[in-house]
Design a protein around this ligand. Structure first.
Ligand code: 6YU
Length: 484
């Protein structure tokens, strides 16, 4: 390996861009990115509703603090509001869960927060009592409700259980899963939060992409260039041992290829994307890890019908007092999976816009409907809950991540039976033990390859840097070893 190595990065999302930056800064110069679509950013996607900026993909910097590379980059490029830079903001530790749940759901919120904390310990201690987070919560809630709420009358208790269902649906959005029954209990605690109050990009998350791209040489990215197959491990001894075959038939040779496609894409296309196929242990991890759908539906109104101090509107269904996070008849009642709306703030910047959150197969079904059908369902929902038959949205805009052929969902989560080994398998390069005679040919980056910050932008950035550093380390070894 040497700094003249030819490196191809597949995918121009934040992990691919981060890898390219790091490689060029380490002295590699023959680097290019192949991107299937017409744009950079992947799941960082800023759009507009009229003249209001909205995020169809990533929304927040989760845990903006000194250890968070996204926060540091955003600060460097001056992309944040002054409050986000306030040192006090960076020390608040919310542990990832609570602020989204309004205080009137207090009893349900307290019990669920306690249970989610308990779910996190199994990974370090092992011996989990059941396979999924959903099963654990359901069995524990039954016991605890009988104990702790025994003085509460039946009607109030039933209402609290409905609140719990809403909170579970909200957790499905956060975890990007169809149901908490699909989230593995053993690996739930692998996800780590960083301190700091989550903040947003006032000018849009894509500002980060634009700033990073402006520092890369023009022509580094080839757009509209989907990769069809990575031919690796050739028996022929060649100068550039990997051949990247594009969908249009073009064949590009390389010494190293960094694959950054989503876990959803790997799940669906692994058998055609790699020749020879991936080793079985890697393939099993790809299958075990979860990749679900979380979508947003932005709804704009002429005026606000909610209180000025309202941050979140949660919807409670009176027939959901049995801890449900899925709807029985998706085509008829998919909208019941939408747990509620967050209010975009400040009003001076966003006007009167709500963001509805919906996860799972119900969300995937929503994507198949026309915009008018979604708008109609949202209008009926709001009229039903407010009792006001005249409320009418001005316009809506929704994300459709499941039907995006280059993403096929939103982000990853540990599925049932997952362990830290699966995330380690995800990041393992091929061949597994690179050496001078057999250097790493295929390397893996992207959010689903980070052992504790999977599903986030900062996790994705760190994986791009990690793989660039892996190649740089290998080069340094070459420099001190005499050529054979
Ligand atoms: C975050 C947030 N956030 C909401 C929603 C989504 C995500 N995330 P990319 O896919 O970007 O790039 C791959 C590229 O490859 C892409 O351009 C493709 O076109 C291309 N490609 C594919 N196939 C190809 C081929 N064959 N040839 C060539 N090119 C090809 N993260 O930090 N804050 O608020 C949210 C949110 C709706 C969809 C998010 C958030 C996730 C990030 O967006 C995501 O991780 C990164 O952008 C991925 O970058 P990448 O480079 O890896 O892939 C307990 C516990 C819980 C654990 N979960 C906690 C949840 C925390 C996440 N929060 C999410 C919340 C929101 C709202």
């Amino acid at each position: 390996m040497n700094v003249n190595a030819r490196i191809v990065i597949i995918g121009c999302g934040i992990s691919g861009i981060s890898a390219a930056h790091r490689l060029l800064n380490s002295g590699f110069h023959d680097v290019r990115i192949l991107e299937a679509t017409t744009r950079s950013g992947g799941r960082i996607k800023t759009s507009s509703l009229g003249n209001i900026i909205v995020e169809l993909g990533a929304n927040w910097i989760h845990g903006p603090c000194e250890e968070n590379p996204v926060f540091c980059l955003a600060r460097k490029y001056r992309l944040l509001d002054p409050e986000a830079l306030n040192p006090e903001n960076q020390t608040v530790d919310i542990g990832g869960h609570l602020p989204w749940i309004p205080s009137d759901l207090y009893a349900a919120r307290e019990m669920l927060a306690e249970l989610l904390d308990e779910c996190s310990v199994f990974q370090s201690e092992g011996g989990e009592p059941c396979t999924s987070v959903g099963e654990f919560i359901r069995s524990e809630v039954q016991q605890r409700v009988a104990e702790k709420w025994k003085a509460t009358d039946a009607a109030a208790r039933s209402l609290r259980m409905c609140m719990m269902s809403t909170v579970l649906k909200r957790e499905c959005c956060y975890n990007g899963t169809h149901s908490l029954d699909e989230v593995g209990l053993g690996a739930f605690g692998l996800y780590k939060t960083l301190p700091g109050l989550d903040c947003t990009f006032p000018g849009g998350y894509e500002g980060l992409i634009k700033s990073l791209m402006s520092e890369l040489p023009s022509g580094l990215v080839t757009y509209n260039q989907p990769v069809h197959c990575v031919h690796w491990n050739s028996s022929e001894k060649r100068e550039n041992p990997v051949v990247v075959e594009c969908a249009d038939g073009e064949r590009i040779t390389a010494d190293h290829v960094i694959v950054t496609v989503s876990l959803g894409y790997l799940k669906k296309h692994h058998s055609t994307l790699f020749h020879p196929p991936l080793p079985l242990h890697k393939l099993h991890s790809i299958q075990r890890l979860g990749f679900g759908t979380n979508n947003k539906i932005f709804v704009e109104f002429d005026s606000a019908w909610w209180d000025p101090d309202c941050d979140i509107i949660c919807l409670l269904w009176e027939d959901e007092d049995t801890l449900v996070d899925q709807v029985p008849d998706v085509p008829r009642s998919w909208i019941k999976k939408l747990f509620g709306f967050s209010v975009l703030k400040p009003t001076e910047r966003y006007g009167h816009v709500l963001c509805g959150w919906i996860a799972g197969h119900e969300s995937e079904y929503m994507e198949t409907l026309s915009e008018q059908e979604v708008s109609h369902a949202i209008t009926q929902l709001i009229r039903r809950f407010t009792g006001n038959p005249t409320i009418t949205p001005r316009r809506i805009l929704r994300s459709q991540w499941f039907h995006d052929p280059w993403t096929l969902g939103s982000y990853s989560y540990p599925g049932k039976g997952c362990s830290v080994q699966d995330l380690e398998n995800m990041m393992e390069p091929l061949p597994t033990k690179g050496s001078q005679s057999q250097p790493f040919q295929v390397l893996f980056a992207g959010e689903a390859t980070h052992p504790s910050y999977y599903s986030t932008v900062h996790g994705a950035v760190l994986t791009g840097w990690r793989e660039a550093d892996r190649l740089q380390r290998a080069t340094q070894i070459d420099r001190i070893q005499p050529p054979s």
